[in-house]
Design a protein around this ligand. Structure first.
Ligand SMILES: *[C@@H]1O[C@H](CO)[C@@H](O)[C@H](O)[C@H]1NC(C)=O
Ligand SMILES: *[C@@H]1O[C@H](CO)[C@@H](O)[C@H](O)[C@H]1NC(C)=O
Ligand SMILES: *[C@@H]1O[C@H](CO)[C@@H](O)[C@H](O)[C@H]1NC(C)=O
Ligand SMILES: *[C@@H]1O[C@H](CO)[C@@H](O)[C@H](O)[C@H]1NC(C)=O
Ligand SMILES: *[C@@H]1O[C@H](CO)[C@@H](O)[C@H](O)[C@H]1NC(C)=O
Ligand SMILES: *[C@@H]1O[C@H](CO)[C@@H](O)[C@H](O)[C@H]1NC(C)=O
Ligand SMILES: *[C@@H]1O[C@H](CO)[C@@H](O)[C@H](O)[C@H]1NC(C)=O
Ligand SMILES: *[C@@H]1O[C@H](CO)[C@@H](O)[C@H](O)[C@H]1NC(C)=O
Ligand SMILES: *[C@@H]1O[C@H](CO)[C@@H](O)[C@H](O)[C@H]1NC(C)=O
Ligand SMILES: *[C@@H]1O[C@H](CO)[C@@H](O)[C@H](O)[C@H]1NC(C)=O
Ligand SMILES: *[C@@H]1O[C@H](CO)[C@@H](O)[C@H](O)[C@H]1NC(C)=O
Ligand SMILES: *[C@@H]1O[C@H](CO)[C@@H](O)[C@H](O)[C@H]1NC(C)=O
Length: 482
């Protein structure tokens, strides 16, 4: 083979290798979050190289320091108002939550993006955040430029799956929702000026529920499904279809070429119809094969989707269920870092690696005492459910067919675990009973929560903090003795 040809092949191969980047979203809306150090270990052992956060929790960023993972830090929607109106607030935010971490030598955090807002254009929020998004993004951008970080860190705004749509589900009719159209044009003008990508959720799971003529097979990348014909452009799966609805929406407002990053995509495994591990496994494998093919979509044949963030890494038992009980079950792993199905983030056929040495509370559960009069138990159970997590009991959920009073026991246990197994949280007016016999049946898992008490894990950083404190104290006290 001539040397220049092998060089070309080598270059093409490395380009192709570099071009596919699959990361994960790491959310922490959980009553007992897996400790950050364990999560970072989980990311590394699964060869995951990028992670998107929803805030800038110092404990999480400390755990990521020195890891070489590409990180997106997030600004919660609640901060947008003040970041829009105050350049100073934006400077402090960047100083506290970016500068401090990116420039600390060997223990630095590789922050690549600041996500301004968490899907602030979600339809269910109404227009409450719209007036602040662009101003906040501009102020954060300015603060990054002042800190000399604008070449390393890009400002982005994650957009929800419902900020763009097509009534007929045909990509050629894709457009932005009317109430975000104007803001979106301003945002896109800002993003292109700074060469930043457009972050958007693609949700074949929700599109399947929303568009009546999309089949489950089409959504799950089944090869023998009937293709959709959009004036001669043929769509073989729902991912490509939804991606091109977005591409068309962007073209319609004058940004046909802007880079798209898929900021959230995944499949839930519980809490609703078709939310099963089996469907999720099929979807995730189909998605990875689709991304690895490095093919473009009909509207962007030469520009394949590359950077993609799976939603989500772990289940979160305190996410809002206003859009559905499945919201608490998006994880590729359960809340305790155990794989739900066979799948793998890197090329090949490895399996996922589970979190190791997870610390649980003792093997105890709270169930209903069958020797009591249970005529009033349902009210107690519903009350427990309103505070804890009973999403697995909902229609289609993994515990939906355990019979009464099994479902009462499920509710009692969920509350008991959320309260760290405190004895008084299994009282329920004398109806509760603590047991060491696992009440789980078939696929319905009665869980034991994590022990998130920090007492045994003295972090190196806290040791150094104590030393600093001690030295400071000595220096302050010293003059008094001389
Ligand atoms: C991660 O990458 C290493 C080295 O390429 C490989 O040996 C290992 O099997 C991979 N692990 C997983 C879970 O993909
Ligand atoms: C956003 O900030 C700008 C600049 O401080 C201010 O003029 C504007 O009123 C703010 N927008 C809203 C909706 O408060
Ligand atoms: C930095 O981020 C943390 C966590 O999201 C937040 O609590 C804090 O207010 C931020 N700092 C500033 C100065 O806004
Ligand atoms: C879905 O149905 C609508 C009419 O109900 C039709 O116009 C459209 O072409 C269909 N979409 C696809 C992708 O087949
Ligand atoms: C959005 O704005 C563009 C440009 O002003 C316009 O052409 C388009 O019709 C608008 N779309 C919607 C859905 O309002
Ligand atoms: C797709 O639809 C067009 C009309 O819009 C038609 O001319 C074409 O033959 C169709 N292609 C296939 C493969 O069905
Ligand atoms: C998906 O959910 C619908 C609605 O519950 C159900 O009718 C259908 O059988 C499910 N499909 C599969 C393959 O589970
Ligand atoms: C959690 O673990 C800590 C440290 O190992 C231990 O002291 C504590 O008793 C445990 N908490 C519970 C509720 O079991
Ligand atoms: C059930 O609740 C009703 C109304 O609060 C009460 O009158 C009744 O005594 C309760 N029954 C039992 C068995 O606790
Ligand atoms: C209950 O549901 C599970 C999974 O959804 C299923 O495997 C099991 O067969 C069902 N049991 C009964 C009794 O219907
Ligand atoms: C448990 O099942 C019974 C009978 O199907 C039902 O009336 C009750 O609402 C259920 N309770 C909960 C907490 O799901
Ligand atoms: C459970 O224990 C953890 C760790 O000690 C603590 O942070 C949390 O607040 C406790 N939760 C409840 C509901 O008491």
């Amino acid at each position: 083979m001539p040397p220049n040809l092998s060089l070309l092949i080598f270059l093409l191969a490395t380009m192709a290798y570099r071009s596919l980047a699959v990361g994960v979203n790491w959310g922490t809306t959980a009553s007992h979050p897996l400790p950050p150090a364990k999560v970072v270990e989980l990311l590394k052992s699964n060869n995951i190289t990028r992670v998107k956060l929803f805030d800038a929790d110092p404990l999480v960023l400390e755990a990521l320091s020195g890891s070489n993972l590409g990180v997106t830090v997030g600004i919660p929607n609640g901060l947008l108002r003040s970041l829009n109106s105050s350049k100073k607030a934006a400077q402090s935010w960047v100083h506290d939550n970016v500068t401090r971490y990116v420039s600390s030598g060997d223990s630095r955090v590789k922050i690549e993006y600041v996500a301004v807002g968490d899907e602030p254009f979600l339809r269910s929020y109404g227009e409450q955040f719209h007036p602040f998004v662009l101003g906040a993004a501009i102020n954060i951008q300015t603060a990054l430029t002042q800190a000399n970080l604008d070449s390393k860190v890009k400002v982005v705004v994650p957009c929800s799956f419902d900020s763009y749509l097509s009534e007929t589900s045909l990509p050629s009719k894709g457009h932005f929702r009317a109430d975000v159209n104007r803001t979106m044009i301003q945002l896109l003008t800002f993003l292109s000026k700074h060469n930043s990508p457009f972050f958007a959720t693609i949700s074949p799971f929700l599109a399947f529920q929303q568009y009546k003529n999309i089949s489950l097979d089409f959504t799950l990348f089944k090869i023998y499904t009937k293709a959709h014909n959009d004036s001669r452009r043929m769509y073989k799966n729902s991912f490509d279809l939804n991606y091109d609805i977005l591409v068309n929406a962007l073209s319609t407002v004058g940004f046909p070429k802007i880079e798209i990053v898929v900021s959230q995509i995944g499949w839930p495994t519980d809490g609703g119809p078709n939310a099963t591990s089996h469907a999720a496994e099929t979807f995730m494998k189909g998605l990875m094969n689709r991304l690895r093919s490095k093919l473009g979509t009909p509207l962007r044949p030469r520009d394949p989707p590359v950077e993609t963030y799976i939603f989500s890494l772990l289940d979160e038992d305190q996410r809002s269920i206003s859009t559905g009980n499945f919201e608490r079950h998006w994880g590729v792993f359960t809340f305790d870092g155990q794989a739900k199905y066979r799948f793998d983030f890197t090329q090949g056929s490895n399996s996922l690696v589970n979190a190791q040495n997870v610390e649980y509370l003792p093997s105890k559960w709270c169930v209903v005492n069958n020797n009591r009069d249970l005529s009033n138990a349902t009210a107690s159970a519903l009350n427990a459910c309103s505070l804890a997590d009973c999403s697995a009991l909902s229609p289609g959920g993994s515990c939906s067919n355990i019979s009464w009073p099994g479902n009462i026991s499920y509710a009692f246990n969920s509350y008991y675990q959320q309260r760290n197994q405190s004895a008084d949280s299994c009282d329920f007016g004398g109806l509760g009973l603590i047991t060491t016999v696992n009440p789980s049946v078939d696929n319905c898992r009665f869980l034991v929560q994590l022990n998130t008490s920090l007492s045994d894990t003295l972090h190196p950083a806290s040791v150094s903090q104590w030393i600093t404190l001690l030295v400071t104290a000595i220096l302050l006290l010293l003059p008094r003795f001389t």
